[in-house]
Design a protein around this ligand. Structure first.
Ligand SMILES: Nc1nc2c(ncn2[C@@H]2O[C@H](COP(=O)(O)OP(=O)(O)OP(=O)(O)O)[C@@H](O)[C@H]2O)c(=O)[nH]1
Ligand SMILES: [Mg+2]
Length: 275
């Protein structure tokens, strides 16, 4: 039997990642495995979560199995649930355990293009995926715009994204409402959006899997690059590394080396000239 397609979902906090994953995995609030979503000021998802495998058959009767992982939203306010430093650390810890790798990245974002969009893209596609994992963009919350359909949105806005390597841009709505009238409309939107995203997974996710953190060296290098990228975004001078200890601890736990060896490895990589 063919291997399932492994998909990693990322994007800034509150853009609708979990709402999309719940919908793709066919989960409603009363179901086991449904993950909480909310319009709160603080981020909701505080751990990466992998959903149970599900199947999708397209219009031509071809089917795929999909395993989808939702991640912690980045770019929270520092009073939020998971400040960026902690979010990056949890993400790396999770990825270091994800030895099967990924076939596809889904970047989720809202219609208005902001600086956080490029920043998230760089962190995942450029640094973590080393440009080896194909990526698609899902733009949520198109429902607020009566003028544009899901199919029209990507056509009308694709020129804003030419600097990015997105294989496809999908317009979507994954909202849910307790008000029955609104929910009737949202339900149809979710069904349409689900089909569009699953079809994009079908088309772009069938290549080889790539393990994003295959060894200790990659973990340290990736952490440094991610952290520097984050500092660049918040405008702090590069190489201001306060990460040595958490990183050494990760190496120690995951690869079972001594504390001293872990510290030495991290220090050598942080300051290669002193080696
Ligand atoms: N109008 C509208 N609201 C949406 C849509 N998708 C999600 N929402 C709402 O946006 C809010 C945040 O959604 P979540 O799915 O929790 O967002 P998230 O990206 O997982 O957030 P974090 O876990 O904090 O990173 C919720 O109130 C959702 O109901 C959409 O397509 N349209
Ligand atoms: Mg979430």
């Amino acid at each position: 039997m063919a291997e399932p397609i492994r998909v990693l979902v990322f994007g800034k906090t509150g853009c609708g990642k979990t709402s999309m994953c719940n919908t793709l995995a066919n989960l409603a609030p009363e179901d086991d495995g449904y993950q909480r979503v909310a319009a709160s000021a603080k981020g909701v998802t505080f751990e990466c979560h992998t959903y149970k495998q599900f199947s999708y058959s397209n219009d031509k009767g071809k089917s795929i199995d999909v395993i989808i992982t939702d991640t912690i939203g980045l770019h929270e306010h520092n009073q939020g649930t998971v400040p960026d430093k902690e979010a990056i650390k949890r993400l790396l810890e999770f990825l270091a355990e994800s030895t099967k790798g990924y076939n596809l990245f889904i970047h989720v974002d809202e219609p208005r293009i902001m600086n956080t969009q490029k920043h998230n893209y760089d962190m995942f596609y450029e640094i973590l995926g080393q440009r080896k994992i194909p990526i698609i963009l899902v733009v949520t919350k198109i429902d607020g715009d009566a003028e544009v359909t899901f199919q029209e949105w990507p056509k009308e806005n694709k020129h804003y994204y030419i600097e990015f390597n997105y294989k496809e841009i999908v317009g979507a709505c994954f909202a849910r409402s307790p008000k029955p009238d609104l929910e009737n409309l949202y339900k149809k939107d979710r069904e349409k959006s689900k089909k569009l995203v699953l079809q994009a997974i079908f088309e772009h996710g069938q290549g080889e899997t790539v393990n994003v953190v295959p060894n200790m060296h990659t973990l340290v290098r990736t952490s440094i690059n991610l952290w520097n990228k984050f500092l660049e975004f918040v405008g702090v001078e590069k190489n201001f590394i306060i990460w040595n200890e958490p990183l050494a601890q990760m190496l120690q736990e995951k690869w079972g080396i001594s504390k001293q060896e872990a510290r030495e490895r991290v220090n050598n990589m942080m300051n290669p000239s002193k080696k």
